[in-house]
Design a protein around this ligand. Structure first.
Ligand SMILES: [Zn+2]
Length: 314
């Protein structure tokens, strides 16, 4: 196996501490012990040139229905997992980290006093047009010292953090008693990602690069699975209180979703769409591609060696 260039930082697995090995691309590496995958891809937040590649109108249309249903499901999962923390008559507070266009904040506002943080000026402008005012900046620097929340959500955002463990540890310290962290993110064991890996091994890099969002303003830095992300959380003293999955594909809007990344290749997009129809049927029986984990601060861990089960009440 090739060694990684010396310029690559953070060579150990954030989940289990094992040294990472070379992966399926020069920028990709993986953990031989727990299956964690990481990437060294450039981030171009607020870089206009990268943003020009994104056709916002197509994206909005492509993802609206799926997003709305997934967000309702996510809010239901959060509601079931958290214990009531807000005082009588007060709405619980939710903070969405990496709020993007503010879609989740807007939908969460039906149940919470919801706020979001978003460093990208273009995304905040889109949100503002829809009436959602997002805070400018990065988490946690843009919070006030005494701010606490009942729910902090990382809605497709923790996989973009350079240091996800650090972000989760800080977020846990920002919860009110009984509060939870809610994460939804791509699952490395999802059927589509595993297919993309297989294709990459066969020399077809397009789907794999697309899953990592290579060339996008904010590409993915990590691919976790349920097991190794729970393990990472456990190392931070966070209990996993709910594990679930969201649907990643629906027939409606699939073409627009495929075309979003390749605005000048309609024929290719059409063929891809046709090729994915049988896959859609198969996906109903396969592993989902978006995982949800709800975490809450547990009792201080005395020994994190192997605390797999048995300790959880209720
Ligand atoms: Zn590992």
């Amino acid at each position: 196996m090739r060694a990684f260039p010396h310029t690559m930082s953070n060579p150990d697995c954030p989940c289990c501490g094992q040294a990472l090995e070379a992966g399926l691309a020069t920028w990709h590496r993986q953990c031989p012990a727990c299956g964690y995958e990481g990437a060294q891809l450039a981030i171009a937040i607020n870089a206009t040139e990268a943003h020009q590649r994104v056709d916002e109108a197509v994206r909005e249309q492509a993802l609206h229905d799926l997003r709305h249903e997934n967000f309702e499901q996510l809010l239901d999962i959060i509601d079931r997992a958290r214990t009531l923390t807000a005082a009588d008559g007060e709405r619980p507070k939710l903070l969405d980290v990496g709020a993007g266009y503010g879609w989740f904040v807007r939908q969460a506002a039906t149940r919470f006093t919801a706020e979001g943080i978003e460093p990208d000026a273009g995304a905040r402008a889109v949100a503002a047009r829809a009436g959602v005012v997002l805070r400018d900046g990065f988490f946690p620097q843009c919070l006030e010292p005494d701010e606490r929340f009942d729910v902090i959500s990382f809605n497709d955002s923790i996989e973009h953090f350079d240091d996800p463990a650090g972000a989760l540890a800080v977020a846990a310290g920002r919860l009110r008693p009984g509060g939870v962290l809610a994460l939804n993110l791509p699952d490395a064991q999802g059927a589509l990602y595993r297919l993309a890996r297989l294709l990459r091994r066969l020399g077809v890099s397009g789907p794999f690069d697309r899953m990592w969002q290579v060339g996008m303003p904010s590409p993915h830095r990590h691919y976790f699975n349920r097991g190794n992300l729970s393990r990472l959380a456990g190392r931070l003293g966070l209990e996993t209180v709910a594990v679930d999955e969201l649907q990643s594909l629906r027939l409606k809007g699939l073409y627009a979703r495929i075309a979003y990344a390749r605005p000048h290749a309609a024929v290719t997009s059409g063929l891809l769409w046709l090729g994915m129809l049988p896959l859609l049927a198969a996906l109903r029986w396969l592993h989902g591609d978006i995982m949800v984990l709800v975490l809450r601060p547990g009792p201080p861990a005395r020994n994190a060696a192997d605390s797999g089960d048995g300790a959880l009440a209720g």
